[in-house]
Design a binder for this molecule. Structure first.
Ligand code: IMP
Ligand code: MG
Length: 183
């Protein structure tokens, strides 16, 4: 049997642990400033944004509530169709609250757009989005995050929470997956 490691399947480290840490600190500083009197609900969209969410929240220095939700896109696994289904809902009522959605990556923009529409029906005071990675070149719908960690090229990336077939999430950095792994 061939013993492999997740590291072996990475062709290039796109963002190192140090680069991510530094950028997360900067984002947290901005969030702290923008939300200092708002006591927002910060929403982790499982599972992709989990590492980013935890690190970000630890660096935010104002009062926040944490909540978690999980959604799945209908249709083909690689191309999101624009329909989402709630797999795990928030515990808190967001009515009248300031909500900050934490996402891992925006690709076509479908997931984020649908998620915002869905939460907006619950009448929050505001909804903003923060996204670690933005694949701008892949955008299909006109949806952008209010705060972006890094704009990245059109490559399939894994690590720091992002997966391929539920693997590679535990890599501490963001790496480009070798095409032979998914082709
Ligand atoms: P969108 O609806 O097309 O914007 O897709 C966003 C979702 O697709 C993300 O939440 C990820 O789950 C997934 N995704 C898109 N690009 C990548 C990638 O490069 N690596 C891992 N997951 C990705
Ligand atoms: Mg995801």
């Amino acid at each position: 049997m061939r013993i492999t490691t997740p590291q072996n399947d990475i062709s290039e480290v796109l963002l190192s642990e140090e680069q991510i840490k530094q950028r997360v600190k900067e984002l947290a500083k901005t969030i702290t400033e923008d939300y200092k009197d708002k006591m927002p609900i910060v929403v982790c969209v499982l599972k992709g944004s989990s590492f980013f969410f935890v690190d970000l929240c630890k660096d935010i220095e104002c009062h926040i509530n944490l909540d978690f939700m999980a959604v799945s896109s209908y249709g083909s696994s690689s191309i999101s169709s624009g329909e989402i289904k709630i797999k795990k809902d928030l515990e808190q009522d967001i009515k009248g609250r300031d909500v900050l959605i934490v996402e891992d990556i925006i690709d076509s923009g479908h997931t984020l757009k649908k998620l915002i529409a869905l939460l907006d029906e619950r009448k929050p005071k505001s909804i903003k989005t923060i996204c670690l990675l933005d694949k701008v070149a892949r955008r299909v719908v006109d949806q952008y995050a209010d705060y972006v960690g890094f704009e990245i090229p059109d490559e399939f990336v894994v690590g720091y929470g992002l997966d391929f077939a539920e693997y590679y999430r535990n890599l501490p950095y963001i790496g480009i997956l070798k095409p032979e792994v998914y082709e």
